[in-house]
Design a protein around this ligand. Structure first.
Ligand code: KIV
Length: 272
């Protein structure tokens, strides 16, 4: 029986917590549109993340900072319409929750009402804990995100590995516990040493999903366009490419161009 056939009807935050208890790894990928979300869901993914990486891979911006709440809602609603089984988490974009907790709650409510997603994700620890608590108090499931938090790129200055130094590692561990105590159902750890990520995962009851954080965590997430090889420019050490869709698509397009130019397309069977 395939993994997809063994799955429960709908993945919930409760299912993820049971998976952690059973030692079953959690698979998570991004998606930003109906068609790809539907493929990813049918292939058996546990969690679909409508990441603000849409700013990079969908809109071509260099950072995740420009994407707006309206744009995230557009992507979120498109993904939700394509997903039947996976848990759908929508990233709260930069500027939609850092101001104050009231604004954060309003943004989260808009995401939940206008996309019908299952949960939201926010970047940061103690700095945003008030917002996290206020969103949770409205009954909205929250996922945390620590380590490399791309919305703070102008503070960090680089996309290099985070929490290598003791002080930053200590803060990350404290933040992770703070998020768990507040009631988050899971945490993403991005680009931190594998040993530290493993320690965080074993110290928390909630699932810890890594990206560039080694294999001692409870699950993995990748950006869909990166793992499918659509985006050739981005090639960090943690990325495993499962396909070369750039070559596949450009080959198909080149064949189409040639067929149109030579008059081979459409042929007699392809016309009325
Ligand atoms: O926006 C995103 O795709 C993310 C993942 C990298 C975890 O937050």
């Amino acid at each position: 029986m395939s993994a997809a056939n063994e799955r429960p009807k709908k993945v919930t935050t409760h299912v993820l917590s049971e998976m952690k208890m059973k030692g079953e790894k959690i698979s998570m990928l991004t998606a930003y549109d109906y068609s790809l979300a539907s493929i990813v869901d049918q292939a058996g993914i546990d969690v679909v993340l409508v990441g603000d990486s849409a700013s990079n891979v969908m809109a071509g911006w260099e950072t995740t900072i420009p994407i707006t709440l309206d744009q995230m809602i557009y992507h979120g609603a498109s993904v939700v319409r394509g997903v039947k089984t996976a848990l759908v988490v929508v990233d709260m974009p930069f500027g939609s929750y850092q101001g104050n907790s009231r604004e954060a709650l309003q943004s989260a409510i808009r995401i939940m009402k206008e996309t019908a997603a299952d949960a939201v994700k926010l970047e940061g620890g103690v700095e945003i804990i008030k917002s996290v608590k206020r969103i949770l108090s409205a009954g909205i499931p929250v996922m945390g995100h620590l380590g490399l938090t791309p919305q703070s790129i102008h503070k960090f200055g680089t996309y290099t590995v985070r929490a290598r130094q003791e002080e930053e590692a200590k803060k990350l561990v404290e933040d992770a516990h703070l998020l768990e105590e507040a009631g988050c159902f899971g945490v993403v750890l991005e680009k931190i040493p594998a040993k530290l990520a493993g320690e965080v995962a074993s110290g928390l009851k909630i699932p810890v999903i890594g990206i560039g954080a080694g294999n001692q965590v409870d699950g993995q997430v990748l950006v869909l366009h990166d793992m499918l090889g659509i985006n050739q420019a981005f090639s960090p050490r943690f990325l495993r490419r499962y396909h070369n869709l750039f070559a596949e698509i450009s080959g198909a397009v080149a064949n189409y161009v040639e067929d149109v130019k030579t008059g081979d397309f459409p042929n007699e069977r392809e016309q009325y």
